[in-house]
Design a protein around this ligand. Structure first.
Ligand SMILES: [Zn+2]
Length: 403
């Protein structure tokens, strides 16, 4: 039974920031109609929501549902079935926090997406990319300096695959597309949770980046690039990358390029907050923990620069291990530089557009999936309402009450 009638709710139009007090009827998993005193057959359950606020289900544009630990190199020796069991738990907890769709930024595959779609596991709709493409010694190469052997076997648990050279990156991109990738993830700069690179390095040549973009384009998909510095971000954008993940150290030229290429920025500030506070307790190696400060301090400045320049922003978190519980805190962090409606748009309409699902998710309109959250307070008055999952009194997915 996916038919349901919501009575007298305050429905937020996330496009305009206006509330409408109305009824909303769900049928066959979709929003069927919105209006006053809607009627439904007696058999359809009614939710009386006078005084409650209803938003579209939240979308997190950067998660790792397989990241059961912050010690990513250690995870490569875990059994894939054990990781899958953790992923099911992590996805269920995301749904409970109001996230009805997530974009996995590497690690998740078609198996998890199928399991969620078939109802075998509770969780958000899953837009996955398989493994991220990384160069030797890049952000996705989990080997320490002393490790010589590279085990790229697809049955081994992992989030990245090493590929060097134009032919090899083409083959790797085609292979991920063959497995159903919604987007191709590429590591275009150094990172925090990688053992041998520096945050300020650029990764992959322009030729390699262009070849990956060409393959994604050919399959009507797009490329998302992990990049921190303006140098790395700008060359990724110039070579056709559509979404920049993190982007903490962008400059004014980056903002121009984002706007010119209609590209998206997916900041993930909460993960640095969490890594700084708890990373070492949760298995983040000391060498990675020491890199956090470089990116944490610049992150809010980068967000403010992008917001001021009109860059399309998407909500992202990038949390690992036990730190996943801070997923909603990104709302609180962005409040420093953005209005509540702007942050809500990042987690709804903007994210939907990035995923190629505009009108399908992230909006309260007839025809969209009936993915909704019910709140006991007004997030436009105080965005902190979304930072505290306790304010989310109900979560609906495809018209079903899932929490
Ligand atoms: Zn990530």
């Amino acid at each position: 039974m996916t038919d349901l009638l919501l009575r007298d709710a305050l429905l937020l139009d996330v496009h305009t920031g206006d509330y409408q007090e109305a009824d909303l009827r769900c049928a066959e998993g979709r929003i069927a109609e919105i209006g006053d005193r809607l009627r439904a057959p007696d058999s359809v359950p009614v939710l009386e929501l006078a005084g409650a606020v209803v938003l579209p289900g939240l979308i997190d544009g950067h998660v790792h549902v397989t990241a059961a630990t912050a010690d990513l190199p250690a995870m490569t020796s875990w059994s894939p079935s054990y990781v899958a069991a953790h992923s099911a738990r992590i996805m269920g907890e995301m749904l409970d926090r109001g996230f009805t769709t997530v974009r996995d930024a590497c690690g998740a595959d078609y198996g998890l997406a199928d399991a969620q779609a078939e109802g075998l596991i509770r969780g958000p709709r899953l837009a996955f990319c398989g493994r991220a493409l990384t160069q030797t010694g890049g952000h996705g190469d989990t080997r320490g300096r002393g490790d010589q052997f590279l085990d790229n076997h697809p049955c081994r648990t992992g989030m990245g695959r090493v590929a060097d050279g134009v032919d090899a990156v083409r083959a790797a991109a085609r292979d991920e597309l063959r497995k159903g990738a919604h987007h191709i993830k590429v590591h275009a700069s150094g990172g925090v949770a990688s053992p041998t690179d520096r945050v300020d390095s650029t990764q992959y040549s322009a030729e390699e980046l262009r070849a990956i973009v060409e393959e994604a384009d050919a399959a009507s998909r797009y490329v998302a690039a992990h990049a921190y510095t303006a140098r790395a971000v700008n060359r990724a954008l110039e070579n056709g990358v559509r979404s920049i993940e993190h982007g903490n150290l962008i400059d004014d030229r980056s903002v121009e390029l984002f706007v010119e290429h209609k590209a998206f920025l997916v900041p993930t500030l909460v993960t640095y907050w969490a890594l700084k506070n708890e990373g070492r307790d949760h298995g983040l190696p000391e060498s990675s923990w020491r890199k956090v400060d470089d990116v944490l301090n610049a992150g809010l400045g980068g967000l403010e620069r992008a917001a001021r320049g009109g860059v399309k922003l998407v909500y992202g978190t990038d949390l690992l291990g036990d730190m996943h519980r801070h997923q909603n805190r990104e709302f609180r962090i962005r409040r420093e530089v953005q209005r509540p409606i702007d942050i809500i748009q990042a987690a709804t309409v903007n994210a939907a557009e990035l995923l190629g699902l505009a009108g399908e998710i992230g909006t309260l309109q007839a025809g969209a999936h009936a993915d909704l959250i019910v709140l006991d307070a007004d997030p436009l008055a105080d965005i902190d309402v979304l930072a505290e999952p306790a304010h989310i009194t109900r979560v609906l997915q495809a018209g079903r009450i899932v929490r």
